[in-house]
Design a protein around this ligand. Structure first.
Ligand code: GLN
Length: 535
């Protein structure tokens, strides 16, 4: 007997319609009515996880508490729901095939031919139901990556078809997200691509229960009725998703459209008015800032919208908390030099040096750190950003000219950042970094301790290199303090310069844990410091 209800979200017509935001918004509305809801993403690519993809391919790699390297949509799920996700919330084709092939090698299918149907589809069905079977959730929303009709999506659509049968009509439904393009020459909204996409879904035996239609213009009634008639859904199940000025408006837009009501009715669950009090308080603060600060975001993927997603969202949360607009100025680290740093940075109220890998752009990051350190501009360094801060200090304060990370220069005589001991024998690249949540003990009297207000914090990591404790004494004696340490290994997780206005850098990624309900304290304090600096 199943008690958990399943909602599948598929996409049609084009990619990038925002399935993740629709799924997260619906989940928010269901959660706000008391349903324990989680969201899962199935990605139809063959990588085991996105950990080995660069941001040009895939945007940010999001990391969960349990150390899974996942799709950035999981970040949206956590930011909307304020509930942690895990490895089970993101499954790729690579992972599905790997487990089926491992089973075959163990002899679990002995005597049988292993095939896409039923073996791969069974594995997909199993992965979909893992979260439901924990008993922790009333509703599991599963977002199917890609677009209906893609070759690589076929096994997923087939698994959805089977699950709809296995679980029964009121236990599993499909929401299909499509695009209603507007032809300005004709002055018309067009339904045909949606009709075709629904038809493609039907060719695989799956009927959409709800249509969510992305559109730049309001859908008139006649368009809704036309869509309902040609796509086999009820008129009230044609939901308009009009372009919003912020993703955080989408839950309210979906509420106005009655998406939650239609879904709950189909699932034969009670619907009540969702309690969005806290959410709407956040929105009010976000939309009515009393001031503005300009923060420089220094990285090498700044031209890409998605590569620093969690950092940008964390600034939205922290801005709302401080009731200011955080204007982000993205600055490409490759083009920063000691010479032009002042010109590029002097008007900023705070500077964040972003995480990253490899040599490209790092000298620019170091030059940026030097400028903000010498000019007392509030600074937050994250992961590689912290490593750059240590290198800069070692070079320009300690006078260790060739100080570097062994990631960039294996032959440096001053490896102030070095490969972690545990990494030295690692050969495989996938899933082998220091990942997930680790304890960090905060030193009494430090800025970090004051900000968090507690002695031990848990933060998420994704790196191979670390602060080299061989240089700790020297750095501390000259004014850079290690203020957060892993209690078991002594790894340095936070550094500060107490004589500076506000200079904090962390080896972990605070951005992954910032949510609407819980803006991250470090980001909140950094924005506040920027505001104080501005005034
Ligand atoms: N490349 C650095 C390391 O592996 C930093 C990684 C990061 O910024 N996430 O340690």
């Amino acid at each position: 007997m199943t008690t958990t209800k399943y909602i599948f979200v598929t996409g049609g017509v084009t990619s990038s319609l925002g399935k993740g935001i629709i799924a997260a918004s619906l989940a928010k509305l269901l959660q706000a009515q008391g349903y324990r809801t989680t969201i899962q993403k199935l990605d139809p690519y063959i990588n085991i996880d996105p950990g080995t993809l660069n941001p040009y391919e895939h945007g940010e790699c999001y990391v969960t508490d349990d150390g899974a390297e996942t799709d950035l949509d999981l970040g949206h799920y956590e930011r909307f729901l304020n509930v942690p996700t895990s490895q089970s919330n993101n499954v790729t084709t690579g992972r599905i095939y790997q487990s089926v092939i491992d089973k075959e090698r163990r002899g679990e299918f002995l005597g049988k031919t292993v095939q896409v149907i039923p073996h791969i589809t069974d594995e997909i069905k199993h992965r979909v139901q893992i979260l439901g079977q924990t008993g922790d959730y009333d509703i599991v929303i599963t977002e199917i990556g890609g677009t209906v009709g893609d070759i690589e999506s076929l096994p997923y659509i087939e698994a959805v078809r089977q699950l709809k049968w296995d679980l029964g009509e009121s236990n599993a439904i499909v929401i299909h997200l499509t695009l209603i393009p507007y032809l300005s020459a004709a002055g018309e909204l067009k339904t045909k691509p949606t009709q075709h996409s629904v038809k493609t879904l039907m060719e695989s035996g799956v009927m959409a229960d709800v249509l969510v239609c992305r559109t730049e213009h309001e859908l008139p009634d006649e368009i809704r009725h036309k869509l309902a008639k040609f796509c086999n859904v009820r008129p009230e199940a044609v939901i308009q998703s009009i372009d919003a000025s912020t993703i955080y408006d989408v839950p309210n837009l979906m509420l106005e459209q009655g998406l939650d009501k239609v879904v709950l009715k189909k699932l034969m669950l009670k619907s009540i008015a969702p309690d969005l009090t806290q959410w709407n308080q956040f929105l009010t603060r976000h939309k009515n800032p009393k001031g503005e600060v300009i923060i420089g975001l220094i990285g090498k993927y700044v031209e890409l919208q998605d590569s620093y997603k969690s950092i940008l969202e964390a600034f939205i949360h922290a801005g709302a908390e401080n009731e200011v607009k955080v204007q982000i100025e993205s600055i490409h680290s490759e083009y920063i030099t000691e010479k032009n740093a002042g010109k590029k940075l002097k008007h900023l109220h705070g500077v964040l040096v972003a995480p990253g890998f490899g040599e490209r752009g790092i000298e620019g990051k170091i030059a940026a750190v030097r400028y903000v350190r010498e000019h007392n501009i509030p600074f937050l360094g994250i992961c590689l950003g912290m490593q750059m801060a240590v290198i800069e200090y070692a070079r320009n304060v300690l006078g260790l000219q060739d100080a570097n990370s062994t990631e960039m220069d294996e032959t440096t005589t001053n490896p102030v950042i070095d490969l972690m001991e545990s990494q030295k024998d690692v050969i495989n690249k996938g899933g082998t970094m220091r990942l997930g949540s680790w304890d960090c003990q905060l030193i009494e009297g430090s800025t970090a301790k004051n900000i968090y207000g507690t002695s031990i914090v848990k933060e998420r990591h994704r790196h191979r290199y670390e602060f080299n404790n061989g240089f700790k004494q020297q750095l501390e004696a000259s004014g850079m303090k290690a203020t957060g340490l892993n209690p078991e290994t002594g790894l340095v997780e936070i550094i500060e310069i107490p004589s500076h206005n506000w200079f904090v850098a962390v080896q972990y990624h605070p951005e992954y844990k910032s949510t609407v309900a819980n803006p991250h304290p470090l980001f909140v304090a950094f924005v506040k410091a920027a505001l104080n600096y501005k005034n």
